[in-house]
Design a protein around this ligand. Structure first.
Ligand code: ADP
Ligand code: MG
Ligand code: ZN
Length: 613
C-alpha cells in the first residue's frame, strides 16, 4: 500500500500536512530523520506510516506509560496491530506480548527506554528484524530540555547492540538549537534529514488577563464555556487544591492532578478527564505530557509559568484537533516571586557543579524575564511567542487579546522621566515598589525610613494612578531603559539607554495603552462567540445532530473502553454534521473516517444521521 492509501484507509485523512510527507519519504529512503514540529502537528503519523510500509519491526521509544497507552489504543482502533512493553504490564502480560512480538505480530511496538537494555528485551531485539527506532519526545534526551530523562541516554547503547543498525527517527516539539544539537549528537544521527515546521498554532487564541479577582475571572470564563473540556494550570499544589474546592462549591464539574496525590487517585482523575467523565482538570505542570486528548477547548493559567517553553507546551495542549481553542494566562505580580523560588529550589540542579549551577540559574532567570514581558507587552502575543522561538511573526494576528484590544499611542515621557530620575537620584538602591511609591508620593513608614520623601522626584506623579506608573515601569524594562536585578532584592538599575531619558530633552517615550481601563475586557465581545468549534454556522438541527453523535460516541467509547476522542475526534463529528453522509462512500469522505473504523462503527453513525433527518 502507498503512503496515501494508508493515510486514507487506516487514519481516514485525505492529505498530509506540511512536513509529514517529507519526513515519511526521508525515512522510507532509509535516512535518519529528525522532525521538529509543534504539538498537534501530527508527528505520530510520520513514523507510524513508514513503520507499516517497511518490513521488519519499528520500535517507538516513548517516555510515559500514558502516552504509549494512548497511541497504541489509537492504532488498535484504526485496525493496526501494535503493543506496548512497559512497567504497567504484569510479568505474564509482558512475556505474552514479547512472545507475540517474536512471532512478528506487531509492526509497531512502543517500549519504555528503561526496558531497552534488559536481557529479555535485548534477546528479542537481536533475534528480530528491527528496521526502525523512532524516538518520540526526543527532547527528553537533552539536559537542556524541559523533561530530561536519563534513561533516554540508553537508546544509543541499545542501538549499538543490534546486529544491523536500523533507521533512526526522532521527533520533538522543542525547537531550541541546544536541544536539536543534543538530539543529533547523543543519538549519533547520520547525516539526518532535519525538518522544522512553523511553530504557529493558528487555531489557538492567546490572551493575557491582569485582573484583580483572578478566581472570579476564571469562574466567569467557565460559566460561558459550559460543557467544554479544558485544563486549568496552577503554579502550586496549594492553588490546585483551593481552585478545585472553590469551583466545586460553585457547582462546576472539576477534578485535580498534582504530584502530591497518590498514584491511584492521580490516574483515576486523569482518566476521568480523558474519558470525558469530568470536563475540567485543575493541575500543576506535572500534568500533561502524554495527554494527547484532542478536544481540549481551553487551557487557562492561574499564574505565570517560569518560562515560555513551559507556557507554550502547556497552552499547546488546547486544540490539538485543529479546531478553535483558547489559551488565557491570568497573571499577577506575585507570580514572579513564586517562579523565582522554583528556580532557586530546583532540585534537578543539585548534582551540577557550582559554576554550571550558576549558569543554569542565570539562564532560568533570563527565561523568566522573557516570560514576564509576555504578560506586559502590548504587541501581538503570538508574534512575541514566535519571535522567542526564533521565527518571524506578522506583528498582527487578529486572534490574541492584544490584537483585539484597541490601543492608543500615549506619550508617557513625563512618567518615564520621573521614574528614571528617581532611580538615578536614589543611587539605584531600591526595588520597584519603593520607586513607584516615591514618585507617587506615598506616605509610608518604609518611604520615611529610606528618606525617599526627600527625593527630588517624591510626589512628582502624585496625580497619575499607580497602575499606570507600574505599566510604564514595565515598559521601560521591556525597552531596556531600566533593568531589575535577578536576585531576591529585585533592585531597579539604570542601563546604558537610561541616558537617553535623563539627558535628552527631546527624547519622547511613546507607549501603546489600551483605551479601556481593564486591558483584557473588550477583546471578548469582539470575538465571535463559539459554542462548539467550527459550528458557528450550524443550524439548530445540526447542533442537535452533533449532540446525538456525541452521545453515540460516548456509548461506543464505553463499550470499547477507550477515550471518546479515540473513537472519533470532535472535528470528525463536526464534519459528519456538515456532510450528513447517507452511504458508505459518503461516510468515507469525512475527515478521520478510515475503512477500519467504518467497518466497526460506520453503520451506527449512518443510522443515527438518517434517523435525525
Ligand atoms: P503531535 O505528536 O505532533 O503532537 P499527533 O501525532 O498526536 O501530534 O497528532 C495530532 C492530531 O492530528 C491527531 O488527532 C491526528 O490524528 C491528527 N492528524 C495527524 N495528521 C493528520 C492529517 N494529515 N490530516 C488530519 N489530521 C491529522
Ligand atoms: Mg506526539
Ligand atoms: Zn496577535
Amino acid at each position: 500500500m502507498s503512503k496515501h492509501e494508508i493515510l486514507k484507509r487506516y487514519f481516514g485523512y485525505d492529505t498530509f500536512r506540511n512536513a509529514q510527507e517529507t519526513l515519511i519519504d526521508s525515512i522510507l529512503e532509509g535516512k535518519d530523520t529528525l522532525g521538529i514540529m509543534p504539538t498537534g502537528a501530527g508527528k505520530s503519523l510520520c513514523y507510524q506510516i513508514p513503520a507499516l510500509m517497511m518490513d521488519g519491526i519499528t520500535l517507538v521509544i516513548s517516555p510515559l506509560i500514558s502516552l504509549m497507552k494512548d497511541q497504541v489504543g489509537s492504532l488498535n482502533q484504526a485496525g493496526i496491530h501494535a503493543a506496548y512493553l512497559n512497567s504497567s504490564l504484569t510479568a505474564s502480560q509482558y512475556y505474552k506480548a514479547l512472545g507475540l512480538a517474536r512471532q512478528g505480530r506487531y509492526p509497531i511496538i512502543y517500549v519504555a527506554p528503561e526496558r531497552l537494555i534488559t536481557e529479555e528485551f535485548l534477546d528479542f531485539a537481536i533475534n528480530s528484524r528491527i528496521t526502525m527506532v523512532a524516538v518520540d519526545e526526543a527532547h527528553c534526551i537533552s539536559q537542556w530540555g524541559q523533561d530530561f530523562r536519563p534513561s533516554y541516554l540508553k537508546i544509543l547503547e541499545f542501538i549499538e547492540k543490534l546486529p544491523t543498525r536500523p533507521v533512526i527517527s526522532a521527533f520533538t516539539a522543542t525547537a531550541t538549537k541546544e536541544v536539536r544539537d543534543d538530539i543529533i549528537d547523543i543519538l549519533q544521527l547520520r547525516d539526518p534529514t532535519v525538518m522544522t515546521t512553523g511553530f504557529d498554532r493558528g487555531n489557538l487564541y492567546f490572551g493575557v488577563m491582569n485582573v484583580r479577582d483572578r478566581y472570579g475571572a476564571i469562574r466567569n470564563y467557565l460559566e460561558t464555556h459550559r460543557g467544554e473540556s479544558g485544563i486549568i494550570y496552577c503554579l502550586t499544589r496549594k492553588h490546585v487544591e483551593e481552585m478545585c474546592r472553590r469551583l466545586r462549591e460553585d457547582g462546576f464539574g472539576v477534578t485535580k492532578y498534582h504530584a502530591g496525590l497518590g498514584d491511584e487517585e492521580r490516574r483515576r482523575n486523569q482518566d476521568d478527564f480523558i474519558y470525558d467523565r469530568v470536563p475540567i482538570i485543575i493541575a500543576t505542570s506535572a500534568f500533561g505530557m502524554g495527554i494527547d486528548k484532542s478536544n481540549v477547548r481551553f487551557v487557562l493559567h492561574f499564574g505565570m509559568p517560569k518560562n515560555l517553553e513551559s507556557y507554550y507546551q502547556e497552552a499547546g495542549r488546547a486544540g490539538r484537533d485543529g479546531e478553535p481553542a483558547e489559551c488565557i494566562l491570568y497573571y499577577a505580580g506575585q507570580d514572579v516571586i513564586t517562579d523565582q523560588l522554583f528556580i532557586d529550589n530546583n532540585q534537578d540542579n543539585q548534582e551540577l557543579d557550582p559554576v554550571t549551577r550558576q549558569i543554569v540559574r542565570e539562564r532560568d532567570l533570563e527565561r523568566l524575564r522573557k516570560m514576564t514581558f509576555y504578560c506586559f507587552t502590548n504587541e501581538c502575543l503570538r508574534d512575541y511567542i514566535l519571535k522567542y522561538f526564533g521565527e518571524y511573526g506578522s506583528n498582527y494576528c487578529g486572534n490574541c487579546s492584544n490584537c483585539l484590544t484597541q490601543f492608543e499611542e500615549t506619550d508617557v515621557t513625563e512618567i518615564a522621566r520621573a521614574l528614571v530620575g528617581c532611580v538615578n537620584t536614589s543611587r539605584q538602591r531600591y526595588g520597584t515598589t519603593v520607586i513607584i511609591d516615591t514618585v507617587h508620593g506615598a506616605d509610608t513608614a518604609k518611604i520615611r525610613n529610606y528618606r525617599m520623601n526627600q527625593n527630588p522626584f517624591y510626589g512628582a506623579l502624585a496625580k497619575a494612578p499607580t497602575y499606570r506608573i507600574r505599566q510604564v515601569l514595565n515598559h521601560l524594562q521591556l525597552k531596556e531603559y531600566l533593568t531589575v536585578t535577578n536576585d531576591e532584592y529585585a533592585v531597579v538599575k539604570l542601563t546604558p539607554n537610561s541616558g537617553e531619558i535623563l539627558d535628552r530633552e527631546d527624547h519622547r517615550i511613546i507607549m501603546k495603552l489600551a483605551k479601556e481601563t481593564e486591558r483584557s475586557g473588550p477583546a471578548k465581545e469582539k470575538r465571535s462567540k463559539k459554542s462548539q468549534p467550527g459550528q458557528e454556522s450550524f443550524t439548530e438541527k445540526e447542533k442537535s445532530l452533533f449532540e446525538q453523535l456525541r452521545a453515540l460516541r460516548s456509548e461506543i467509547a464505553r463499550e470499547e473502553k477507550v477515550p471518546p476522542y479515540i473513537v472519533f475526534s470532535d472535528k470528525t463529528l463536526t464534519h459528519m454534521c456538515v456532510v450528513k453522509p447517507g452511504t458508505k462512500a459518503e461516510m468515507l469522505t469525512v475527515s478521520g473516517v478510515g475503512e477500519f473504523k467504518f467497518e466497526k462503527y460506520g453503520a451506527r453513525f449512518l443510522e443515527r444521521i438518517r434517523s435525525a433527518q
